[in-house]
Design a protein. Structure first.
Length: 183
């Protein structure tokens, strides 16, 4: 099985861009996102909403790069993490070159590059995010992954799991066992 960590092309699949766009549209968001991921060679890759040139404030850029590097190095679980900002706050003046985003997410992709779950935070004061420190946020991501892992591998019965775990990001159609309707 090809893992996300060894195939950088998987990180650019349409399913991932749709997921980022969905996060940006969440709760009537303006549809703008800025995201960072780590390629297989360890280099960061920044993705933004199509046609949008927007950069978070330096503290948010630093946090995103530090978190995506740490999560993918220590807690990848044979998948990959993306850190994304959505819901930009209005700029105070036209001279502002950076944008403060009001929401960020950690998205975990399984080994097939299918987005599985999101850990989100809407923190009005970003300094509070930084004050919690990276260990806090990594522990939150690990806690969410452990919950997802338990639900997917221990709770779901085998037939339902095959429907829930098909390779959607790579274009695989959902399997049908006759009991559950598949769109």
């Amino acid at each position: 099985m090809t893992t996300v960590r060894h195939n950088p092309d998987l990180l650019l699949l349409p399913a991932i861009r749709r997921r980022l766009q969905g996060e940006a549209d969440f709760e009537d968001g303006p549809g703008i996102y800025w995201a960072v991921m780590v390629r297989a060679d360890g280099m960061p890759r920044v993705e933004t909403s199509m046609g949008i040139s927007i950069t978070p404030v330096p503290e948010q850029v630093m946090f995103a790069h530090d978190m995506v590097e740490g999560l993918n190095r220590h807690l990848h679980h044979d998948g990959a993490w993306i850190v994304a900002y959505t819901h930009p706050n209005p700029r105070q003046t036209v001279l502002d070159t950076f944008t403060l985003f009001g929401r960020f997410t950690f998205i975990w992709l399984d080994a097939d590059a299918d987005p599985q779950f999101t850990v989100e935070c809407s923190q009005s004061l970003f300094h509070e995010v930084l004050e919690k420190g990276p260990d806090y946020w990594m522990a939150e991501c690990e806690r969410h992954w452990s919950t997802w892992d338990r639900q997917m591998r221990q709770v779901l019965d085998r037939k339902i799991r095959s429907i829930a775990t098909f390779k959607q990001a790579q274009g695989q159609g959902a399997p049908s066992n006759g009991r559950y309707p598949v769109n």
